[in-house]
Structures are given as C-alpha cells and as structure tokens.
Design a protein around this ligand. Structure first.
Ligand code: NAI
Ligand code: PYR
Ligand code: MG
Length: 604
C-alpha cells in the first residue's frame, strides 16, 4: 500500500529517486512572468526550456540560450572556486563571509540549484551555512540583512500570533526551528540576530533529511535582548528592550506554540539555542503537549552518547564498560546536563540498575568549579550529578578543572562550556596521566573560537593516542611518520535531522526518550570497528543523507514500537507496523526531497 503513496503523482513538486534516476513530479504554479523569476522556489534562471517560457509568459524576459541544470551548477561552482582563489591570504572571517554571501545570494534566487550544490558539497559548505560561519553571520546580522527569511514574532505581537501565523505563504509546514536568540552557540545573547541559527539548522534539514524546503519555517521569537552592545547599536533590527522574564515570557511562547499547532497540527518544532532556564522549562512544559524537542539538550546528548560508546569501543572494551568510564563534563548548562542525563540513562540500562552507581563516575564542573551537594543555590537540573563531598577524596566543592583532572584521571574530558581554550596546555598534559590507554577529549563548544581546545593542541599536549572530537570542524592533524590524528565533529547535526524526519513520518504526537535513544544507538552503531580503531567516532558528513535515513528509520520504528505512530500522508500506522527495518529505511529515503527542476504547470 505504501508503495502506491510513494510513487503516486503529486502536486507538490516532489521528486522521486527511482534507482539512480530522479523523476521530477509536475509543480503547480499560481503566478506568471516576472513573478516567477522573482520566486526562488520556482525560478530556474536561464534553465527554463523554451516551451515553458511560452507557457508561463517568460519569453523575452531571459537571454535566449537555455542553459542546462548541470551547466548552471558548474557555473556556480566555478565562481565559488574563483572566489576562494581570489580571497586567498585574507583573514578567515572575511573569506568565510564572502563565501556565505555568494551562497546566500543563490539561496535568494534559485532554491533548487542552491540545495543541489549544498547537498553535493556538504563537507565544504556545512562550515559556511552552519557552524562556524553561521556564528559570524549572526554576530553581524543587522549589518548583513538584505531581505527577511522565516518569521519574526515579537513581544509586541502579543494577542496577534494566531492571525500572524496565516501570513506565512506555504499551505503546509513540516519542520520549524525556533529560537529566542538568548544563547547563540557560545556567543551569548544575540537577540533577533540569532535568526541565522534556525536558518542554518533548516538548511541542514533540507540537505540531510530531505525535508521539502517549501515546508520549513525558521522562527525568531524576539522578546528583547540583555546584550547592551546590541541595544546601543543603531543598526540593530530587534526590539530595543530588556528580555521579558517569568510569566510574561512564557505567555509569548505559549501563544506562539498554540498558533503554530492550530494551523499545522502535524508540524514539528525544534527549540534551539535558548538559555538554560528556558530550555529546560519549555521542554518540560511542551514535550507532552506538542511534537517538539530541544536540540541542545536532547540532540547533543545523543551525539555525545554515540561518541562515548565509540570511545569505549576504541579502547577495545565491551560497550557495557561505559559504566566504568570516568567522565568529566565541563559546562553544566543545557547541553552538558543533557549529555550526562542521557549517559546516565544508558549506563543504567547497561547495568540494569537505577543509575545511582553509574553517576559516581561523572564529574560536573561549571564556572564555579566542581559541583557538589555543598553548592549554594544548587540548580535542580544539576543536582542529580552533584558529588557527595565524602565520596570525592581529595576534592572539594568548587575544585578547579586542573584539580579535578589531576585527581580523577578521567577516561573522557568533555567540554560544553562555551569557553574557548579552557582545555589549556596544563589541562591537556594532565590527560596523559589518564587511567585510559585511549583517553577521549571532546571540545564540543561552538563556534571554533569557543572550542575548549584546538585539535592540534589536543594531540600535541595530550598525546597521539587520544581520540578527539570538536563541535566545529578542524582539519585532521599530522602526527609525523605518516600518522594522522583524526578529528571527529561531535555536533548534533548528526542527529537532529533524523529525529525530525523520523518523528514526522511516524506521525507521532510526541517525541519520547525511547525515540531519542533509538537515534543515538543508531548513530553509535553506524561506525565500523575498523574506523573506530583509527579513532573515527562519527561517519563522514558526506554520508549525512544516508546516516539521516538510518536515524530517521530508527526513530520511526521506535515510535511504532511505542504505539505512538499515527502515520503520515497516505501511509497509516498499520503499514508502518508491517515494514521491516530495511523497508523502513527505504520508505524514509523515498520521502526525502531531492532538488531537480520540475516541469511547471500554471493554474489560476
Ligand atoms: N557540539 C554540539 O553539538 C553542541 C555544542 N553546544 C555548545 O555548548 C556550549 C554551551 O551550551 P549550553 O549548555 O546550551 O550553554 P549554557 O549557557 O546553558 O551553559 C554553559 C555552562 O558552562 C559553564 N561555564 C561557563 N564558564 C565556565 C568556565 N570558565 N569553566 C567551567 N564551566 C563554565 C556555565 O556555568 C554553564 O554551566 C555552547 O558553546 C554551544 O555552542 C551546544 C549544543 C550542541
Ligand atoms: C550545535 C549547536 O546546536 C550549538 O552549538 O548550539
Ligand atoms: Mg544549538
């Protein structure tokens, strides 16, 4: 039955990949002439065939020669490569922004071509449209702004959101990424300028998960900013007022969520880069009411867990030895606490206990040092990981990172602090004393300048035998004698697209811990033992579509197992239930949008 749905005709410009051939479905367009050329979704630039130019009133509006998609693609890549050449030697930030601009201009003009170059060159372009360059773009957003992308809801829109949501031109929205701009990467409160993050994350959704770009929606919830520099910046485009707090804040988020799910009951909302207090509060508030998740807490946790399991394998130990790993987490925010919570759940499952014993192996440090039960105003979210001073011989409340690493000799040192360089030479050298033969260093904070250490320093000071991962990309390190220090990118981009896609196709109304756990386990098992032995913990981002199909299928199957799957489109819960694992992967893959020019059919 689901086969009919997959290959049936569609009005949605859906392209189908049949074996190696992509069959473009027809696309209904309600406009004509120049209006089409100015709509990046329909625009093919010089690629409109002559018959289509006649049908759509485009004759004479374009140079006469028809250029093929492949030729347009080659032309863009040529201009990109010559930009690379011409900017050689200029500061990194200048080069990255120039690359971002050329990609952004293509995005504004021709989405089909934009997404095709993105998909085919994801390793080169992810650092531009995503971390680290997206951080620079957010920092400079008000100056870079040329035209809006996505929707902006502000504190001034209270009471209006239910009608505003209907201003969005697309009939259907599948995936929304929402931020309030309060903690953008490790760059702090960037107010309205944080909209760059939902845009970048959704570009990853299209590239990795094949979410139809006509069905994505980046959203900024502007409730003010506490960033004094922005408040005083005459170019700043957001509300010039301090952030709303308490019930006033929550009432804005409530109103937005009600509006979204009234118009699109099947949409999925990803919360992104909210400051910690609101990240946890909104997750608790909405996760049983709406289909939503918090990427920084839950997506990051799954990616880190996969990395921790990979580390255990790299040490040549059985997975169950996760419970024996001494893990020092630096940063007790939404990401750090998310990681420890998921790691504790996994360790409990492995040990068949309630997790109490396993937590003894975890050490949590924040800006005030080691967190113990003696901490004044201990955050309830951190409390389960606070050490009992009687159990940590030689350490005290607030012990420094150096003291902790020296005493604990951890197997894993994992940074989610947002503090660039905090794993300094002294800390890294202490990791040579680790009890593990293959200690792991995860410098997960973004963007690059906020990474806890560089890859080169990690190998230089902690030794050649470490496994290393960072949140933003670094180049592999040459260790001499032809040996390579492999750099992994421990970034939630490996999971959030699959979590969203799997949840969408399952039709589940909530995203459960079981679905998230399935995503993490799928990623963990993706890597072969051969790669693990080389220190490779995550697959190449070049395979991101394939990884996402597998992760999406794992999430979907978990939803089915929990009897939450209600189906999607023509594929109901019974069909989902009867799909084998391979069929589920095939089903997920066949639902991925792929950019090809569709024949345009005009309808009034
Ligand atoms: N690689 C990835 O996939 C992800 C990376 N991140 C990164 O993690 C970082 C933190 O994100 P959140 O947890 O959401 O932020 P957050 O603001 O909620 O937490 C930051 C934590 O770091 C601690 N901290 C600050 N200065 C410190 C210091 N000198 N020593 C030790 N701890 C210190 C704070 O006390 C706080 O506990 C950001 O840079 C973000 O880019 C976040 C999510 C995913
Ligand atoms: C990757 C990501 O979500 C972050 O740095 O916040
Ligand atoms: Mg984030």
């Amino acid at each position: 039955m689901w086969r009919v749905a997959r290959f049936g005709g569609s009005k949605l410009c859906r392209s189908r990949r049949l074996l190696s051939t992509v069959i473009p479905g027809p696309c209904i367009v309600h406009k004509r002439g120049a209006d089409i050329l100015h709509d990046p979704w329909f625009n093919k630039d010089t690629g409109f065939p002559l018959t289509e130019r006649d049908r759509l009133g485009l004759r004479g509006l374009l140079p006469p020669r028809v250029i093929s998609f492949e030729h347009q693609y080659a032309r863009f890549m040529e201009s990109y490569r010559s930009l690379e050449k011409n900017t050689q030697g200029q500061p990194d930030g200048v080069v990255s922004l120039a690359k971002w601009r050329i990609l952004n201009r293509l995005h504004d003009r021709n989405e089909t071509l934009y997404y095709r170059v993105l998909i085919d060159n994801i390793k080169d372009f992810a650092p531009i449209i995503y971390t680290p360059t997206v951080g620079l773009v957010c920092q400079n957003y008000s100056g870079l702004f040329r035209r809006p992308r996505g929707m902006y809801f502000s504190a001034k829109d209270k009471g209006e959101m239910m009608s505003m949501i209907y201003n969005w031109p697309a009939q259907q929205v599948d995936m929304i990424v929402l931020t309030d701009g309060s903690r953008i990467l490790g760059l702090g409160d960037l107010g309205v300028q944080g909209i760059g993050i939902p845009i970048g994350k959704l570009d990853m959704y299209v590239s990795a998960a094949g979410i139809n770009p006509q069905r994505i929606l980046p959203v900024m919830l502007d409730v003010g900013t506490n960033n004094q520099r922005l408040l005083e910046d005459r170019l700043y485009l957001g509300l010039r007022q301090p952030r709303l707090e308490g019930e006033e804040y929550l009432s804005i988020v409530d109103e937005f969520m009600e509006a979204v799910f009234t118009r699109w009951p099947k949409a999925i909302v990803q919360f992104e880069d909210f400051q910690m207090k609101w990240a946890f509060e909104t997750l608790q508030r909405y996760r049983k009411r709406f289909c939503m998740f918090n990427d920084d807490i839950q997506g990051t946790a799954g990616v880190a867990l996969a990395g921790l399991l990979g580390t255990v394998r790299a040490q040549g130990r059985p997975l169950a030895d996760l419970i024996k790993q001494k893990i020092v987490v630096v940063g007790a925010g939404s990401a750090g606490l998310g990681v420890l919570t998921m790691a504790a759940q996994a360790a409990s499952r492995m040990a068949g206990s309630n997790g109490v014993v396993e937590k003894n192996q975890f050490f949590l440090i924040d800006k005030d040092g080691l967190i113990t039960k003696e901490r004044k105003n201990l955050d309830p979210a951190a409390a389960p990981f606070a050490k009992d001073p009687s159990e940590i011989d030689g350490l005290r409340e607030g012990a420094s990172l150096i003291e902790v690493v020296k005493r604990v000799k951890p197997d894993v040192l994992l940074g989610l602090s947002g503090v660039g360089g905090i794993f300094n030479e002294e800390v890294l050298k202490l990791m040579r004393e680790s009890d593990s033969k293959k200690p792991a260093i995860f410098a997960m904070s973004n963007p690059t300048m906020n990474a806890e250490c560089t890859a080169a320093d990690a190998f230089k000071y902690a030794g050649d035998n470490i496994v290393f991962a960072s949140g933003s990309p670094f180049k592999n390190v040459h260790l001499g004698d032809g040996k390579i220090g492999y750099v992994n990118q421990a970034n939630n981009m490996y999971l959030f697209p699959g979590i969203g896609l799997g949840a969408l196709l399952s039709g589940a109304r909530f995203i459960t811990d079981g679905m998230l756990q399935a995503a993490a386990e799928c990623l963990a098992s993706y890597i072969t033992d051969e790669d693990i032995q080389k220190g490779i913990l995550y697959p190449s981002i070049r395979s991101i579509r394939h990884i996402t199909a597998e992760v999406g299928a794992a999430v979907l199957r978990a939803a089915v197992a929990e009897e939450l799957a209600e189906g999607h489109g023509d594929v109901g819960p019974r069909e989902l239930l009867h799909m084998s694992k391979e069929e589920t992967v095939e089903y997920v893959t066949s639902n991925m949008w792929f950019p090809v020019y569709s024949p345009l059919v005009h309808e009034k």
